[in-house]
Ligand binder design. Structure first.
Ligand SMILES: [Fe+2]
Length: 246
């Protein structure tokens, strides 16, 4: 089987880096490549999606979000292909060359570091938000489409943080293998509600310029993750058990 590193290297040969970089900056640190990742890699990640499906944690926050998620902690144990993509040096170097910053994976205690998001029930969605960084440095999101059998759209409002520019709205279908990169503090985005009998699953990979975080922000971030995403057990109890066994 071809390694993830080789697959990434081959996919990168098909990228016009200058154009991608120009689009990224012209779009206020946001860019996408439709169906970019090779089908063989997507198929391996889809097998991992099915493996972790029993671990999905469902959340509902009225008027903001409804859906399921699987945290980094579960992916570390059960999704080696996804982890290999997250940590692939050539992939990180590619992101750095587009974003113009040195990047690193989030610290292993962060359940968002890489995570799967499951939209499986009618009305599943997430309202408009920034992927705000709680870290001392900036945080960048890579979103990869995996399952797309839905009428849901990723709606991106560019230039939300720039009063000098008129906003531009893009509505994207995140087909399998589609790659999206953005600066979390700059892209105002949402996923529109899922229809009856539909399904959408996406992967996000988070990178930071500085992995340190002040303790108050760490606490707020953990509360948000426990109640809005992964559940108290994944965020708090797991951290305690990890500490207890060290
Ligand atoms: Fe987001």
């Amino acid at each position: 089987m071809t390694s993830v590193a080789e697959t990434v290297a081959r996919a990168l040969e098909r990228v016009d880096l200058d154009t991608l970089r120009r689009d990224y900056w012209a779009q206020n640190e946001f860019v996408y490549l439709d169906r970019w990742l090779p089908a063989a890699l997507v198929d391996r990640m889809l097998a991992e999606v099915e493996r972790v499906r029993p671990a999905v944690n469902r959340n509902y926050i009225p008027r903001h979000k409804k859906g399921g998620s699987v945290s980094f902690h579960t992916l570390v144990e059960q999704a080696p292909t996804i982890l290999a993509l997250y940590e692939a040096p050539a992939f990180i170097a590619f992101l750095e060359s587009v974003a113009g910053r040195r990047l690193q994976p989030c610290p292993p205690g962060d359940p968002h570091a890489c995570a799967l998001y499951f939209y499986t029930e009618p009305g599943d969605h997430i309202g408009f938000h920034f992927d705000t960084s709680y870290y001392r440095g900036a945080r960048y999101t890579v979103l990869v489409g995996l399952i797309e059998r839905s009428s849901s759209r990723l709606v991106c409002r560019l230039y939300k943080d720039d009063p000098a520019r008129a906003p531009v709205e893009m509505r994207l279908t995140t087909h399998p293998g589609t790659f999206i990169l953005f600066n979390g503090d700059k892209l105002w985005h949402a996923i529109t509600p899922l229809g009856e009998g539909e399904e959408r699953v996406s992967l996000t990979l988070e990178y930071v310029t500085d992995p340190s975080m002040n303790p108050v922000k760490r606490f707020v971030s953990n509360l948000k993750d426990a109640f809005a995403y992964f559940g108290v057990r994944q965020v708090f109890l797991r951290r305690d058990s990890v500490r207890a066994t060290q």
